[in-house]
Ligand binder design. Structure first.
Ligand code: NAP
Ligand code: ZN
Length: 349
């Protein structure tokens, strides 16, 4: 089936309208009409060649929500008409120790990302959600229990939501803890909402003074403008956990110094250029850790979606047309995101 999509033919040419192929569902596939797709900073890093190895043409998009249009003959858990989501992965080996533990994102054979991954389908690599439709193996399709009226604001949960939820859960974040969220963009604003819902004291760190009121409204107990040295110093040695979502290279020591003894800062931002090497003394003097985390497994993504449906949590979004994606990328580069752009795929027709 041919569908309309939006993508780029090279790192230095703008995204444009293009036709792509989607396979007919095989016995274990779900065919989905995409209604909305969130716009992640990873889309920008990839399509602009900021990370190595981008395959062109590149159709980004891994915060996909839509409606099932057909299911393969062996699919029993989805029906035509269901509201569903697809996140950052569309396949994995399903048999290695990581997959067996429900950690498909760390598949030892390599998970297949929703775009820029290996595929038997044309053009030989996966193409993402800036498109009218997608066909995905049933094991990588999520159920959406939020009402249909929330669908656009649910899309960002499929990456920004799970990428912040997974480390909060892995590091057992809960009542009595003080947690910092660094960078109030797509991931960070979800991190604030989810940490708040988990019952912790939340401090938002931002470089944008104009985001302070919004960060409090999102659920932060306190906001620190990270460019202000006095505000930073007042937070020294006080955090159990810091989740760092910043999309650019920066001084990590400014944040490790804020951790208590045995505290951890987990990095989820993957900037184009490396961070300056962290100072060892900051780590050894309080047995502090710096860690990393990548998205989350499929079962955990469903758990997060269900938690958000129960708690009434969605993303704060700006809905845009396909011809506004380039402008959205430019605003993202400047940190001017409030707090996730979401593509309305009706604009692809
Ligand atoms: P985003 O919406 O652009 O938010 C990033 C935020 O970082 C900005 O809004 C800004 O917040 C802060 N920031 C501070 N200095 C910055 C600078 N010089 N340039 C850009 N941002 C700066 O991005 P996102 O979609 O949340 O993604 C954040 C990072 O996580 C990206 O690198 C992305 O590729 C990565 N990511 C990783 C995973 C994973 O699995 N680990 C998954 C998804 C995305 P303030 O204005 O508050 O300072
Ligand atoms: Zn993403």
């Amino acid at each position: 089936m041919t569908v309309m999509a939006y993508g780029a033919y090279a790192a230095d040419t703008p995204l444009e309208s293009m036709q792509i192929m989607r396979r007919a569902p095989d016995p274990h596939d779900v065919a989905i009409a995409i209604v909305y797709c969130g716009i992640c900073h990873s889309d920008l890093h990839t399509v602009r060649g900021e990370w190595e190895g981008t395959l062109f043409p590149c159709v980004p998009g891994h915060e996909i929500v839509g409606r099932v249009t057909a299911v393969g003959s062996n699919v029993t858990t989805f029906e035509v008409g269901d509201l569903v989501g697809v996140g950052c992965m569309v396949d994995s080996c399903q048999s290695c120790p990581s997959c067996a533990e429900g950690l498909e994102q760390y598949c030892e054979a390599g998970m297949v990302p929703t775009y820029n991954g290996p595929s038997a389908d044309a053009p030989g690599h996966t193409l993402g959600g800036y498109a009218q439709a997608i066909t995905v193996n049933e094991n990588f399709v999520l159920k959406i229990r939020h009402g249909e009226e929330h669908l656009a604001a649910v899309a960002p949960l499929l990456c920004a939501g799970i990428t912040t939820w997974s480390p909060l859960r892995h590091w057992n974040i809960g009542p009595g803890m003080k947690v910092g969220i660094v960078g109030i963009g797509g991931l960070g604003h979800m991190g604030v909402k989810l940490a708040h819902a988990l019952g912790v004291e939340v401090v938002a760190f931002t470089t944008s003074a104009d985001k302070c009121d919004a960060a409090l409204a999102l659920g932060a107990d306190q906001v620190v403008v990270s460019r202000n040295a006095d505000e930073m110093a007042a937070q020294a040695d006080s955090f159990d956990f810091i989740l760092n979502t910043v999309a650019a290279s920066h001084d990590l020591d400014a944040y490790t110094a804020l951790l208590k003894r045995d505290g951890t800062m987990t990095l989820v931002g993957v900037p184009e250029h490396a961070h300056p090497t962290p100072a060892v003394f900051n780590l050894v003097s309080r047995r502090r850790s710096i860690a990393g985390s990548m998205i989350g497994g499929i079962a955990e993504t469903q758990e997060m979606l269900d938690f958000c449906a129960d708690q009434g949590i969605t993303a704060d979004i700006e809905l845009i047309r396909a011809d506004e994606i380039e402008a959205a990328f430019e605003r993202m580069r400047k940190g001017d995101v409030k707090y996730r752009f979401v593509l309305d795929t009706a604009s692809l027709a």
